[in-house]
Design a protein around this ligand. Structure first.
Ligand SMILES: [Zn+2]
Length: 345
């Protein structure tokens, strides 16, 4: 079967590869329609590794996917052939202690698409557990379905924040996950969200959304803006979505006393922050690793019209142009939020 294969760092090819397509009793087979290009896919391409995950043998890329069910296993009740679906790319050990606790995203045995050595889904067909496959309502497009995965990260952040209606939020970093987090925070009850970055084009895209207020930190310090907008009190919830160690300098200046800091962006190096500043405000610190139990919520919010992710799809490439899509993504153009790849019909 054809697939977009990362042969090794810096080398992609569109070629045939053997992938298992046997449908187990609890599985469904899916004809892939749309796959989003994620920063992690691009990082494996450009660096060959993320932390301890190292690409040691050829790996199919792609984990943000939507498609159509083409076969169902004998035990599957929730899906049928022809259903339009999106898929949760991480499958835990269903008997693990983490899964029993409902925190299957941190199961040490989780198998996650396009994370070495597990193949991704930039290929025409895939087999996946029905329990991790979600039906798309008629008014949710395949493009939106393929955005459910990154949006679920935002929802995980909003959930971990335990937002109270009317809260003021701040998101540091206006990349795709930062924007998803801002939208999730609004959907989760924030009255308004300030989002900061150095890049004016990125901020302009985020600023299209009512309730999202861009802050260009090349013009004014974020702490100054937050102080002014909250009468010196600070934000109820601050989401760190840049992954930059520099974001931690003075970060507790923007959290209100008793407020919450949610860590999403993963810094490459060991990062320090001011513990005393956190303690003085009795700030609560939460962390986010992917998501658990948020795919269905993401689909529901998109279907309801409360969250519109369509403006975030910057360009769509045919599968045959997959390598071009990755080379474009690797450039990291500030006007690109999400690039997607569509399989031949
Ligand atoms: Zn992703």
């Amino acid at each position: 079967m054809q697939a977009l294969v990362l042969e090794k760092k810096g080398e992609l090819s569109l070629r045939d590869i053997d992938l298992p397509l046997e449908v187990g009793p609890d599985d469904v087979k899916i004809a892939i329609h749309t796959v989003g290009v994620c920063g992690s896919d691009v990082h494996y391409y450009t660096h060959g590794a993320i932390g301890s995950f190292v690409v040691r043998e050829p790996m199919v890329l792609g984990h943000e996917a939507a498609g159509v069910v083409t076969a169902v296993g004998a035990n599957v009740k929730n899906l049928k052939v022809g259903d339009r679906v999106c898929m949760e790319p991480g499958v835990p050990n269903m008997n693990s202690r983490a899964t029993k606790l409902g925190i299957y995203n941190v199961d040490p045995d989780v198998r996650f698409w396009a994370t070495p050595p597990i193949h991704g889904v930039l290929t025409p067909e895939v087999v996946h557990p029905a329990a991790f496959t979600y039906k798309l309502p008629g008014n949710v497009s395949f493009a939106e379905g393929a955005m459910v995965e990154p949006f679920a990260v935002g929802l995980q952040a909003a959930t971990r924040a335990r937002i109270t209606p009317g809260d003021v939020g701040v998101v540091i970093g206006c990349g795709p996950i930062g924007i998803m987090t801002a939208l999730a925070a609004l959907a989760g009850g924030c009255s308004r969200v300030y989002i900061s970055d150095l890049s004016a084009p990125k901020l302009a895209i985020a600023g299209q959304y009512p309730g999202v207020h861009p802050v260009n930190i090349t013009e004014r310090p974020l702490a100054e803006v937050v102080s002014e907008e909250t009468e010196g009190w600070g934000a109820d919830v601050v989401f760190e979505a840049s992954g930059s160690p520099r974001a931690y300098e003075g970060i507790f200046d923007i959290v209100r006393p008793g407020g919450t800091l949610v860590l999403i962006g993963m810094p490459v190096e060991t990062t320090k922050f001011d513990v005393a500043a956190a303690i003085i405000k009795e700030a609560r610190i939460e962390t986010v690793f992917r998501y658990a139990n948020n795919f269905d919520r993401a689909v529901n919010l998109i279907a309801s019209g409360k969250v519109d992710l369509k403006p975030l799809v910057s360009e769509t490439f045919d599968f045959a142009r997959s390598i071009e899509a990755f080379d474009r993504a690797a450039k990291g153009l500030p006007t690109d939020v999400k690039l997607q790849i569509v399989m031949p019909g």
